[in-house]
Design a protein around this ligand. Structure first.
Ligand code: F6R
Length: 274
């Protein structure tokens, strides 16, 4: 695992979007695992800009979202189908048939979960899985005590998640569906690469536990420590609870993979000073 600390929320989101863009250019039929939530909105804004400004091509890209609420149709404004259309799919040239989210309205939810897992396998597995982190440490909707080997399944959401996500439901936690379909922790860990983005001081404490604390099913995000290729991108505020900050900065400065990003940053700050 590596931790990349960026000065601002915007530069953290931009780095993640640039990383995805680089992978997409290298492999146009990329299988991209997507997350929703406020943190990701900036990433999708950057990707949409790269599509219109730099002709970033999504025409062969396939996507799989982490989760969807049970009982919400694709057109419900609180659904993740709606979120993805609003923030990404309608802004880029992705083919709708190449985008996948679990169907929370399926009659047989267990069969829907099995179908979703099979579809991911059929596409050759996920190349890059984007992750956010919930205030209770969840990735996807893998709430505390989710098995670290869990697969796509139905889960009950915690009170803290209902509160965290209430904004999309008129600010009322009681209006947030109590159950969701989510990829399991085991499903997520099978992605070839994971990229977790966390921003803001609210995430500092839980992020530090996930990255530097013990691996525990009480904080499903701590499972990323088991992943052979996981990049955690944070802004200074989210990094404020981390102990190893100096070490993480040193690695970022010396890692060849990030050279082009460091140069871009240098060019940006020269431009700002000029
Ligand atoms: C949603 C998802 C969640 C969010 C997490 C952070 O698809 O996977 O794990 O990433 O709840 O949400 P925000 O960014 O709204 O704080």
């Amino acid at each position: 695992m590596e931790v990349i600390i960026q000065k601002t929320v915007e530069s953290a989101a931009s780095l993640v979007a640039n990383l995805i863009a680089r992978e997409l250019r290298a492999k146009p039929a990329l299988v991209l695992g997507l997350a929703t939530g406020r943190t990701m909105e900036r990433v999708y804004r950057h990707l949409a800009r790269m599509h219109s400004g730099d002709s970033l091509d999504f025409s062969r890209c396939r996507t799989f979202n982490l989760d969807e609420y049970v009982g919400l149709s694709a057109t419900h404004p609180g659904s993740y189908h709606h979120y993805m259309n609003k923030h990404l799919f309608t802004h880029v040239n992705i083919r709708r048939r190449n985008t996948h989210l679990p169907d929370g309205t399926a009659d047989d939810l267990a069969a829907e979960c099995a179908r979703y897992e099979a579809l991911i396998r059929k596409c050759g597995g996920i190349d890059i899985q984007l992750l956010g982190i919930g205030s209770d440490g969840h990735i996807g909707f893998n709430e505390p005590l989710s098995s670290l080997r869990s697969r796509t399944r139905e889960k009950a959401l915690t009170v803290s998640t209902l509160r965290q996500n209430a904004a999309m439901f008129g600010g009322d936690p009681d209006k947030v569906p109590r159950r969701a379909i989510t990829m399991g922790v085991g499903t997520i860990l099978e992605a070839k690469r994971c990229v977790l983005l966390a921003t803001g001081r609210d995430k500092a404490r839980i992020l530090a536990k996930a990255v530097e604390g013990p691996i525990t099913s009480m904080i499903s995000a701590s499972a990323i420590q088991l992943h052979p290729h996981c990049t955690v991108v944070v802004d200074e505020a989210a990094a404020s609870g981390l102990r190893g900050v100096e070490y993480y900065r040193w690695i970022f400065e010396n890692e060849p993979e990030w050279q082009e990003f460091r140069q871009k940053k240098l060019r940006r700050s020269r431009h700002e000073r000029a």
